[in-house]
Write a protein that binds this ligand. Structure first.
Ligand SMILES: Nc1ncnc2c1ncn2[C@@H]1O[C@H](COP(=O)(O)OP(=O)(O)OP(=O)(O)O)[C@@H](O)[C@H]1O
Ligand SMILES: [Mg+2]
Length: 356
């Protein structure tokens, strides 16, 4: 435990000032929408959108792809990766592919594992001649979905192994506790509202007391709004990321009447998502937690879906409608909701490496 707290302090110091060591620690957050990587020897946090577009090498000339993020597959296929995939998808009138769905490796994409290997290699950076240790995020079993987390975990273990990296898997919401709850000695309820899933972990003094996930988060909101208004989910995502304001039930102000309708629907499904998650937290806690927790614990909210203005207040107001089975000291947001998991994973790797 003290080791973990020291790790958090150490990370606040400037990492790049340290002499370059042969041992490198990594935190790799494997998300449905974003892959994020932190390194012990760099202050740079690398993030890439977890999407790709396969191009036929016969129809494109690689020399035309300057300034475009792409990787080549074993059979000389070309995969445009990250944000650039969206640009090209529009040009070629194709749909981008997503290697993951609802928090887990997608059963629909044949190239998913190959592309993920290349994308991970890309964001991890140089590992030659280094001894590299990595904690990567995995979700907890979902309570409303049947897909296997262990297969997903196995896929990423193989990918990291193939890159010569030593690995351990760590629960995504627990990583939030490592990142944000050092001052509470790693007690807290971490909630990650991502794209594919909401992950919840209750930690008591650094020990996981309860963890679960639900297959409802940002993608679910977008899909519900799209179905309700008969528009494509991509358009909802884009409007949401640009304009949603959860401090008002109107959801903010768009450019026209149609946008306003979308924003209003977004507000409704945000509220519904929060309500669903809180109900599940109470139910799971009551059914599965048998330790006495006398201390008040903090609730820390993170993930891209928690970014909009007003999210925290909406969460608090929905929570107020319920009687909770534990006492809360504070409800706060992670300092940087898009990278808190990767930061927490790095804290954990550095602490494990020190204890070796
Ligand atoms: N500024 C924003 N406003 C609203 N939503 C946003 C914003 N930025 C990102 N999002 C949403 O956050 C989600 C992505 O969050 P995050 O990167 O935490 O997910 P992930 O870790 O990739 O997914 P998961 O953990 O579920 O596998 C998406 O649904 C995205 O639309
Ligand atoms: Mg995530």
């Amino acid at each position: 435990m003290t080791e973990l707290i020291n790790m958090v302090d150490e990370m606040v110091e400037k990492k790049e000032d340290k002499p370059k060591s042969k041992v490198v620690s990594l935190g790799l957050d494997v998300g449905t929408m974003n892959l994020v990587c932190t390194r012990s020897d760099s202050n740079n946090i690398k993030m890439i959108r977890n999407v790709f577009l396969e191009l036929d090498p016969e129809t494109v000339n690689i020399s035309e792809l300057t300034d475009i993020s792409y990787v080549e597959g074993d059979e000389s296929e070309i995969f445009i990766i990250g944000e650039d995939a969206f640009k090209f998808a529009n040009i070629f009138n194709q749909k981008v592919s997503r290697p993951m769905e609802k928090g887990l490796i997608s059963p629909k994409e044949i190239s998913a594992i190959d592309v993920l290997t290349l994308m991970i290699k890309d964001i991890v950076g140089e590992v030659r001649d280094k001894e590299v240790y990595c904690s990567f995020s995995i979700p907890a079993e979902a309570i409303d979905e049947n897909r296997s987390v262990s297969y997903h975990e196995n896929v990423f273990s193989r990918i990291l192994g193939s890159l010569g990296i030593n690995y351990t898997s760590v629960n995504e919401a627990m990583a939030i506790i490592y990142s944000e709850c050092a001052k509470e000695k790693f007690s807290g309820l971490g909630i990650s509202f991502g794209a594919g899933m909401a992950n919840v972990c209750l930690s008591f003094k650094g020990i996981e007391a309860l963890k679960f996930s639900t297959a409802r988060a940002g993608d679910w909101i977008d899909k519900q709004v799209a179905e309700s208004l008969n528009i494509i989910p991509n358009r909802v995502t884009s409007l949401k990321e640009k304009h949603i304001d959860l401090s008002t039930p109107s959801g903010g102000k768009g450019r026209n009447k149609k946008d306003n309708l979308v924003l209003q629907a977004l507000y409704h499904f945000y509220e519904s998502l929060i309500n669903y998650t809180i109900k599940k937290i109470i139910k799971e806690f009551e059914e599965k937690v048998d330790i006495e927790i006398d201390d008040k614990i903090p609730v820390v909210i993170s993930g891209g879906t928690s970014l909009p203005n007003g999210f925290l207040e909406l969460f608090k107001s929905v929570l107020n409608r319920y009687e909770l089975p534990f006492e809360i000291s504070e409800i706060r947001q992670a300092k940087n909701p898009l990278v808190a998991v990767a930061n927490g994973l790095l804290v954990r790797t550095m602490s494990d490496v020190k204890n070796k």
